[in-house]
Design a protein around this ligand. Sequence first.
Ligand code: ZN
Length: 1037
Amino acid sequence: MSDFTTYHALAEENGKKTVPPTINVPEQPATPLTHSAAEAPKTAGYAPPQAYPLSVGSPGVAPPRSAGFPSNAYNLQHANMPQGQLPAGILSPYPHGFMSPQQGQFTPTSPSPIGSLDAQMNNLNVGGTTRKKKDRHAYHTLDQGTGSSQAFNGIPQGSTNPSEFLNASPMPSPFLSQPVTPAMNQFPAAAGTFVSATKGRTGAATVDTSGTSGRVDPDQIPSIPRARDQAALHYQTHDYKTMEQHLPPPSSIPYNAIDQGNSSPKYARLTLNNIPHTSEALNSTALPLGLVIQPLAALSSGEQPVPVLDFGERGPPRCSRCRTYVNPFMSFRSGGNKFVCNMCTFPNDVPSDYFAPTDHAGNRIDRDQRPELNQGTVEFLVPKEFWTREPVPMRHVFVIDVTQEAVNRGFLEAFCDGILNALYGEITQEDANEDGSVPEHLRAIPPGSKVAFITYDKEAHFYSCSPGLLQPQMLVMSEMEDPFVPIGSDSLFCDPYESRALITSLLNQLPKIFSAVRNPEPALLPVLDAAMSSLVDTGGKIICSLSALPTWGPGRLFRRDDSKLHGIDTEKKLFQTEHSGWKRTADKMVELGVGVDFFIASPGGVYMDLATIGHISATTGGEVFHFPNWHGPRDNLKLSAEVKHIVTRETGYQAVMKVRCSNGLQISTYQGNFKQQSSVSDLEFGTIDADKTIGVMFSYDGKLDPRLDAHFQCALLYTTASGERRVRCINTVASVSEGGAELMRHVDQDAVVCVIAKEAAMRMTERNLKEIRHSITEKTIDILASYRKGYSSDHPPGQLVLPENLKEFSMFTLGMLKCRAFKAGAEPSDRRTQVMRTIRSGSALTTSLLLYPRIFSLHDLPPTSGFPDPNTEQLVIPAHLRASFSRIQEGGAYLVSDGQTTLIWLHSHVSPALLEDLFGPGFTTLQSLQADLNELPILQTHLNAQARNLLAYWNSHLGSRKQTIQLARQGLDGAEYEFARLLVEDRNAEAQSYVDWLVHVHRGVQMDLAGQRKRGQTAQDKEDGEQTLANLRSMGW
Ligand SMILES: [Zn+2]
């Protein structure tokens, strides 16, 4: 019970492990509900809400249930304190310049008085029982403030460069000379005031910068958390029906989709669900036409699995001209004798054995019985012509680093534990069949799948765990110049359940064995070559750990990163590799159908050349899990959960993907982690899994007919982990128009954000970061300016008009400018590279969370939050908070996650009672908590159950990174910097606040409308003329 199942202990009594998971029912008695007494603490169970003594002042009183609970279970300390006597405590989490979390504990430099914070938060009703009701109105006006705000009123003064805010590094700020609280610099004088505005006529939100007085009301600007919460509430009780509805839910919320012939948005999201008929019409919107495809996406428990269809030796029917697979949008004519292709309109003969007559409406009479004619996503078993070799159940090779660092830092032990947990974690002795075998549903990998184990330092060690052996056998291969596998495939690979005792013994012994050897330098590339050659006949997956820069043998790497290279044009070389050996191995792996996932620990934050090592994953369709400041006691739980996730998630191998689209459109570029032989080739993957996502950008090679729909079909040919060769077809349809309001009503904001982020990430190896940021800014302005010109010319000129479906778009692009990949200021190249590749291959969900985190406050949760509503049986989800320090209350406790890391941030004056309820008896001060805490204990307190339920809710809807918690105690933990970084609405040393950003974007829009907007403003542009940014904007976007 060493991973997330802990969170689920309360809920698993019913045997349910599906989504929505982990719900602790308030009405249940305080009895242990765990399914296994041996695995769960006896304290597991629920205790009804208790009274909490107030931290300061009078003791608490148990709230009478019938009278309703106060929304603040924990009174905040400072609410009871006279202003003048407040202890100094609010510290700026913002460093002067860059400082990474691994640079040690946060040291307070200049505490600021709490009174100012309180003043800043005067509309938050701090310490009160309820928050000010937020304006749910979608229409906003930003009035121009006094002071320096004239600069933002329309055309900027003088020769102000509209992009200087973003490209300056760091941004010039009068506040930089001293530490300030984010709350203090959140809304500088330059910003105007938001007041509620009259409803616009175009279904748009407006931000007015022409007003004259007042101060900013940040509640009035579009809020990502509010948009997510509203949608989440709706989709708790409604399904998304793919033909009846045309605008998918936000990717960041859980929902059930019903496939009505158009694929679920979980598999494919179009940026535009209504497509303009010509290139000119599209260009006039500046919106990208793209498709975000996650072909093996995981489904919710309430959704229908993808049907698998067998058409025997002849395979599924296809268009004889363009090879599109049969799908619900092919029309049958001539009484059912012909089918007309929905892509190319070619009339094909229906094969005689596929014939069925049509009814009076022209539909085949067997349509309802044929999934390929009524489902948007189906899989076809494919005949031998689709094979390059006999498909077999997938093989996994675990390649384990046993060098000195791995042993010393506990990484080796944690990785071995993670593998054991992944393979056997779900199984108890009682589960086994009579003959000792493991029932299929408990296997982590399908029957027939095999595993192998290789360890390495400066030599490689191969193990045989064949069932007949008394103990595992090891063979050493030390010829790194010419690596080979010294052991036969039959000995190397074994069924993990037949050889469970030997594998368990081996993995338990490895840390001890190699603690006596302690080689400091790993030789990675030759070992990968050897692992690849063990898969030469089958293909498969390599799962590799690494804890030191591989400095031994062929392909040895050295420290390339140098802060002198940061911020200059050559920095981009740090994000890619020129090493021919690593490139060659990556290409060869794709050819063989081999993909690699890495678990890389950087003890002490050392450089690992993720650009070069991760190139293998990026090319083969794998993934890198990076622990930038590995600390065993804290990170082992996350490592274990992630190893388990990659072993058990849906994974296919030897994959090829092709996307087809209607006549009139063509594919311009692909975005993601894959191999493409040439710009027109299909995409190849060694492996592809449930989390991998590909962006496809389209351009016009003609016109679309507004009377017809536009169609897209993604065909993924792959071998399943169970050894079947299949094609998964994902069919997507959009309406076509001549542009206009219809188009704007069907824009999918998440897909737009996702393809823009992916495009920016794809360009990181070609353009410098300043240009990338400039392009993101320009694209934001382009889209909003185009909207202003095309759709909202009747608004007063002082208003920034935000399309209804792109209301939060500007905040997402600001999140892009602040994310680790693209942000200004110093950042180790490993961290940038990691986020770059995460964005390239990440889902719309991953991108959405990465750009704007989720935040809950724990200290004022309503009593019903985090428990199922008795009427709907759905978990009651409290409102998520906006990512700004102005929302942080004195004495508060917060859960924050960007989908990569989850923090619990605790204010220095947090109530001792809250700490005890959350962490257990005796934990009454921040100092008493263990710094490396990685999960909440299971306690019989209301708050503890709420927090665990809410964490489980987040975890039920995540990308590939598993979430354990990390403490960020104010004034104590380095993770406080990460917390500050996640407050993306605030100004920091590198970029503007949300308010300033909107004003900045508006100024760009106004310049554009006045015909005064400059384009191509970098030195590079001047050299290259139209070749750079203009192309950068138009090519992909
Ligand atoms: Zn066709």
